[in-house]
Design a protein around this ligand. Structure first.
Ligand code: HEC
Length: 145
């Protein structure tokens, strides 16, 4: 019986994760297209970035571990000032987190919704890189990274 549970549990958890991603990214093709069109030029096809573009691969999921970081991903100029509407920006951010986040995604992560994205993006960041350093320090101090 225990063996069976051990076998089935990952399947159940896998199904739950799929459900989250389905809710987070309403239209996977559109999300991917938007990323390719508007973000990939700097963030690269594999999320590794380069020069002044931070590596989101295996890291982006750390930020939404607390509210300030959750807002940060929307307030960076690339997000806040993008031509995407709130719903599509929420979708592409959720897609980026699910596609590139890997182990950085917390188990209690909640996908972005259009409404909160609409609020956060009204307050775009100016000094992004210093602010980002501060957030990483805070996350480390909280033991979240
Ligand atoms: C012209 C290049 C460029 C484009 C296009 C761009 N970004 Fe960025 N992005 C950056 C840079 C550079 C940073 C680092 C912070 C800064 O200086 O703004 C960044 C940071 C980010 C971050 C924070 C990542 C981290 O680890 O700190 C997110 C989230 C993000 N961008 C989302 C987007 C989204 C979504 C799009 C497309 C709608 C996009 N960006 C398009 C250059 C770009």
């Amino acid at each position: 019986m225990k063996g069976l549970v051990r076998k089935l549990l990952p399947l159940v958890l896998g199904a739950a994760a799929l459900q989250v991603s389905a809710a987070a990214v309403e239209n996977e093709q559109r999300a991917k297209y938007n990323y390719q069109m508007f973000c990939q030029g700097c963030h690269t096809i594999d999320g590794v970035g380069g020069r002044s573009v931070p590596k989101i691969k295996g890291f982006i999921g750390h930020f939404p571990k607390y509210q300030k970081g959750r807002e940060y991903l929307v307030r960076v100029p690339g997000s806040a000032n993008s031509v995407l509407d709130d719903a599509q920006l929420a979708e592409v951010l959720n897609w980026m987190i699910l596609t590139f986040g890997e182990n950085s995604i917390p188990s209690d992560w909640k996908p972005y919704e259009a409404k909160e994205v609409g609020e956060y993006r009204q307050d775009p960041l100016m000094e992004v890189l210093d602010y980002r350093k501060l957030l990483v320090k805070e996350l480390m101090a909280m033991g979240k990274i």
